[in-house]
Design a protein around this ligand. Structure first.
Ligand SMILES: Cc1ncc(COP(=O)(O)O)c(C=O)c1O
Length: 342
């Protein structure tokens, strides 16, 4: 059955949204990489969501289009969110707040696996400061959501109107940004006269994967999606993705049904922990950089691309398959992980 974009486009139009992207991000074929014999004749394409203009770019801007829409509709004057020290979501929230004249409070938690100087002070942390955010660095053991609840109470007492966004901006409203991306991909695939058998994404807080899947489901597209989990283990990431996809789909159309078997989560490239480098990630980042001049980050895209390479090398996709890898940005992370690459 051909996909149907009218329903999805109309459902998305019902939610307030602030434009943060310059327009559709390009889809490009990785010509040199696709010619490598080990790629078994697969055509690897990339969706360049790293090329979004504001604040260094990345996938979080799509979620922030809907989150900021909601925040402004509620007359908020302060954006509050949290994540790890090297959170790209925190960095882009700070950039969006700067662009829209809002205050920004970032609650950052230390990493279990990295404590070096670059990790603690370079990359996204440096940029948070440049964007003028107030940064709260938590000590180990303090939970971010409990700290956020106290902070919000204090801000309200001061007469502020805080708008709180969860980890990764992955509320169902935020995930709508990736349902919109699903529509964009289908429009582009039609224009390119291409059919993608599989879309590959990193899965962290699961909003990117869930939004794409909700969008593809509503559009009745046959394109499958695989999310490589980099944060939670496979079972937990699967459960979270199922729940978030259901919630996002419900926002789009309460009558729409989700086929549970459509949720594809692969935890085999997470490594020892969230943010812990793996050999396969290092190889994938270097391969994309040296063969295509493209940069992926060590925490998300690098691990997901490593997963895609491994699946292709195992022969999981027939020759001639069109595979679309979503480049989600996170370039500042490379500078925070310098010591992993030397
Ligand atoms: C660069 C990058 N890629 C991918 C992801 C994963 O997206 P999500 O949290 O929506 O699963 C994130 C954020 O977590 C990210 O910062």
């Amino acid at each position: 059955m051909p996909h149907d974009l009218n329903h999805l486009d109309a459902a998305l139009a019902a939610y307030p949204r602030v434009t943060l992207l310059e327009g559709p991000t390009p889809i490009q074929k990785l010509t040199r990489l696709s010619q490598l014999p080990e790629l078994n004749g697969c055509n690897v394409y990339v969706k360049r969501d790293d090329l979004t203009g504001l604040g260094g770019g990345g996938n979080k801007l799509r979620k922030l289009e809907f989150l900021l829409g909601q925040a402004l509709a509620e007359n908020a004057d302060t954006l509050v969110t949290w994540g790890g020290f090297q959170s790209n979501h925190a960095r882009l929230t700070a950039a969006v707040a700067a662009r829209h004249g809002l205050a920004c409070e970032l609650i950052l938690t230390p990493s279990a696996v990295r404590t070096d100087n670059d990790f603690c002070h370079n990359g996204n942390v440096l940029l948070d400061d440049l964007f003028g955010a107030s940064v709260h660095r938590l000590a180990r053991g303090v939970t971010a959501d409990a700290y956020a609840a106290e902070l919000v109470t204090k801000l309200r007492e001061l007469g502020k109107k805080p708008f709180v966004m969860p980890l990764g901006g992955s509320s169902p409203r935020g995930a709508l940004g990736y349902a919109a991306c699903a529509a964009e991909i289908l429009h582009q695939a039609d224009a390119l006269d291409l059919r993608f058998e599989r879309i590959i994404v990193p899965n962290g807080s699961a909003g990117t994967h869930s939004g794409l899947l909700a969008g593809m489901t509503l559009a009745r597209s046959a394109t499958q999606i695989t999310g490589y989990s980099v944060l939670a283990d496979e079972q937990q990431a699967l459960a979270t993705t199922l729940e978030k996809t259901r919630q996002t789909l419900h926002l789009l159309d309460p009558a729409a049904a989700l086929v549970e078997s459509a949720i594809n989560v692969d935890g085999s490239h997470r490594g020892d922990a969230y943010g812990a480098p793996t050999e396969a990630m290092l190889e994938a980042v270097r391969l994309l950089a040296s063969k295509e001049g493209l940069l992926t980050d060590p925490v998300y895209g690098g691990k997901a691309f490593a997963g895609l390479l491994a699946a292709i090398r195992r022969g999981e996709f027939p020759q001639g398959s069109n595979l679309l890898f979503v480049m989600t940005g996170g370039l500042p992370g490379l500078f925070a992980y310098r010591s992993a690459f030397v």
